[in-house]
Design a protein around this ligand. Structure first.
Ligand SMILES: Cc1cn([C@H]2C[C@H](O)[C@@H](COP(=O)(O)OP(=O)(O)OP(=O)(O)O)O2)c(=O)[nH]c1=O
Length: 202
């Protein structure tokens, strides 16, 4: 088995990867997340996911590692919403998302000595109308600050959600089905990890 590295500082990505039973180490990378001039949001998230995975591989102690990088961005009315810089920006984001359907774009990339492969997952999320008092109170919870679009579907942000079409895990930060597909293609399927942990516990 090749060692698996998650090149991310996101606690959500760590929890999602733990959920499917993979053993891995965490080694965040720091890359410039500024969009290129006129860059399309789908190209942007995939580029960042690839850059995170590739930077992680360059730094990995074992060159045989499989390194995961991922990026999540909320897109509404052609606006790319990364993590809000402050309360005013978070409030602006939630006002725009209120009563509308937006897209959550998440890309996952897996880099290994064979190259870097990626999947882009687009999920539609519909929000009910959100009131000013709620926006103010939600900021106080601390939840919006480190999340794309200024909300967490896995937390209090769930109360705004009217409907979701696509991948729930992708909205939280890592599309698990597509991540497993990349591992399958890399010759290290997730089920083989399940099998070896089951054999070890016998
Ligand atoms: C929309 C949404 C995003 N998020 C999070 C997932 C990501 O952590 C974050 C988007 O920021 P990213 O820049 O994708 O990731 P990050 O900076 O947190 O971590 P790293 O780059 O080191 O991998 O928003 C949620 O937790 N819940 C949600 O509902």
């Amino acid at each position: 088995m090749r060692p698996v590295v998650l090149a991310s500082a996101s606690p959500r990505r760590r929890e999602l990867l733990e959920q499917i039973g993979l053993s891995f180490t965490v080694a965040p990378v720091d890359i410039d997340e500024t969009p290129l001039p006129d860059e399309r949001p789908d190209h942007y998230v995939e580029r960042l996911a690839r850059q995170k995975a590739e930077a992680g591989l360059t730094r990995a102690a074992d060159p045989n590692s499989l390194v995961i990088g991922s990026d999540t961005t909320v897109v509404c009315e052609d606006r790319i919403m990364a993590k809000p810089a402050n309360e005013a920006e978070a409030a602006d984001m939630l006002r725009l998302l209120s009563g509308r359907t937006h897209k959550v774009m998440t890309a996952v990339a897996l880099a290994g000595e064979y190259g870097c492969y990626a999947r882009l997952v687009i999920t539609e999320v519909r929000f009910r109308e959100i009131f000013e008092e709620e926006i103010k109170a939600y900021w106080q919870t601390g939840e919006p600050a480190d999340k794309a679009g200024g909300y967490g579907i896995q937390g209090g942000g769930a109360v705004f959600v009217d409907g979701l079409w696509g991948s729930y895990s992708a909205v939280v930060g890592l599309p698990l089905q597509e991540t497993a597909e990349l591992f399958e293609e890399a010759g290290q399927p997730v089920w083989s990890v399940w099998l070896s942990s089951a054999e070890m516990s016998l």
